[in-house]
Design a protein around this ligand. Structure first.
Ligand code: HEM
Length: 480
């Protein structure tokens, strides 16, 4: 009873939240006189901006991290002085690193109307003003903030943030909420939300970004749609993994172990469990981000994700603050707003590119070997792709294509205007995409006509499988 009620609510709200996913919704939009005027104006603006004045982005590939990456992140990290609370790592670990926090970006807790969501990285950026404190940000603002504080490569920032904008934000303004739906985001800056519904924000479940089996958030269907709020019990489990597998640090080994446990627990408890590409990739990538970005110093070069860094970035406040309390596997936590460690923290020196992040996803995946797919309506498991692309280049190309493939296929066949907008967005993705030599070229395939549909359907079957539309927990589930 409860499940069918939740499902009914979800089905109804997803239709409202993504009205342009249906031809009817799109038609309504296209016929609206104000919308037509505004879309035309914005397209002209975008086309103008594209024609020459904007320098191509540096995709920042070639950090030399792909060969041996899996060894690097899976291996034992050298201990530094006081790996648990020592916020200043060894000299070697911080040579050339930039120190944070910066006085120009003071920490301020979010106000009552500010959006915060499932991502501790973005929440931290908003709490320090590196992206708007409102939590409503454009693709460009998110890319710049992630680069400034965490040294995320522009290619990776663009890939994640564009996925967020296309699946959970406004494709015209490129704005999105870093939490749930917000009336300030929507088609034509929200002006048409009353008519067409409000985009979900990056917390939108099972599309490009948010997925099940997350490190510290509960599954969408297990918590009445709340996949945003930090769960102290899950953080406690991650802390236990750190004690057991990382000598008290949140190393790659510790977080992989935590992921394996989380996958098994979610799959057992969640009758609408959904773990399919691309959102499953984002979930596994987020696990790698814990040591990859939050380490104090550079992971693989003496940088360590210690208790002090992780608790601060996650906003996990231990109830017992006595010096040896961290050794207690039953240590309890509460939640406070996420912040850069006050005592001082050093960001990684090399940008994390798409290639490194995807290497991290593969490392997490190969450790736990989770089945890819989702629960079907008949309580069976609808399998996703049999083999997920198993090398960083192939899997990276998959993610680029997934951005385009996740864009509703109806639109490619019917609305030329929208494909122009997507082409605009793709200008932020193409450099990284090209640099990796990806083959199926969705942005190049203009998206119009029957050839596109055939290419898309072949691609979808191979790479996302039937689970995308047939598993009930998928954001794309269509009732039989
Ligand atoms: C480029 C923009 C980014 C976007 C669009 C984004 C989006 C997301 C989303 C949708 C989730 C939920 C995934 C899930 O279901 O588990 C998530 C989780 C997460 N993100 Fe981000 N993220 C971004 C950047 C970052 C950065 C820069 C960091 C670290 C510095 C980060 C660290 C994490 C972590 C650790 C989680 C897992 C949270 C948990 O469940 O414990 N993200 N992010």
């Amino acid at each position: 009873m409860r499940i069918s009620l939740v499902l009914a609510v979800f089905t109804a709200s997803s239709a409202l939240a993504f009205p342009w996913m249906t031809p009817e919704g799109m038609e309504a939009l296209m016929k609206h006189p104000e919308a037509q005027k505004e879309i035309k104006r914005r397209l002209e603006e975008h086309v103008g901006a594209q024609s020459g004045t904007v320098a191509p982005r540096d995709p920042q590939l070639g950090t030399g991290l792909i060969p041996g990456l899996i060894d690097l992140i899976g291996g034992t990290l050298k201990a530094v002085v006081d790996p648990i609370f020592g916020l200043i790592p060894t000299e070697d670990a911080v040579r050339g690193h930039k120190r944070f926090p910066e006085p120009e970006y003071p920490f301020r807790p979010p106000g009552s109307t500010d959006q915060r969501g499932p991502c501790p990285g973005l929440n931290t950026l908003a709490n320090h003003g590196y992206i708007p404190r409102s939590g409503i940000a454009t693709v460009g603002q998110i890319v710049a903030g992630c680069q400034a504080v965490f040294n995320m490569g522009a290619d990776l920032g663009n890939l994640l943030a564009s996925g967020g904008a296309i699946d959970g934000g406004d494709i015209l303004s490129t704005k999105m909420s870093i939490g749930g739906p917000d009336p300030r985001v929507g088609i034509l800056n929200g002006a048409l939300n009353a008519l067409l519904g409000t985009p979900t924000g990056i917390a939108g479940h099972g599309k490009f970004n948010e997925g099940d089996a997350s490190a510290t958030r509960l599954d969408f269907y297990l918590n009445n749609g709340d996949n945003i709020v930090f769960q102290p019990e899950l953080f406690k489990q991650m802390h236990q993994a750190a004690l057991l597998k990382g000598d008290g640090t949140y190393s790659a080994e510790a977080i992989k172990y935590h992921f394996k446990n989380r996958y098994e627990a979610s799959r057992a408890a969640n009758k609408q469990f959904y773990f399919n590409l691309p959102s499953a990739g984002v979930v596994m990538g987020a696990y790698y981000f814990i040591p990859g970005f939050f380490s104090n110093g550079t992971l693989g070069a003496n940088g360590i994700a210690n208790e002090a860094s992780i608790t601060s970035f996650y906003g996990a406040k231990p109830k017992d603050t006595s010096p040896n309390a961290w050794k207690n596997p039953n240590l309890e936590y509460t939640h406070v707003p996420e912040r850069i460690p006050e005592q001082g923290w050093y960001r990684r020196t090399t940008p994390m590119t798409v290639a490194e992040a995807v290497g991290g996803i593969l490392d997490v995946y190969l450790y736990a070997k989770p089945a890819i797919g989702g629960a079907g309506a008949d309580q069976g498991f609808v399998a996703g792709p049999a083999l997920i692309p198993n090398n960083p280049q192939a899997l990276s190309c998959f993610f680029y294509n997934a951005i385009y493939a996740n864009f509703p296929s109806e639109l490619f066949n019917t609305v030329a205007l929208v494909s122009s907008v997507v082409n605009f967005l793709s200008s932020s993705l193409v450099p990284g995409y090209k640099a990796l030599g990806c083959k199926v070229d969705f942005p190049q395939a203009s998206g119009i006509g029957s050839t596109y549909r055939e290419t898309y359907e072949k691609w979808a079957l191979q790479y996302t499988g039937e689970a995308k539309t047939k598993a009930v927990g998928s954001g794309w589930y269509k009732k039989p």
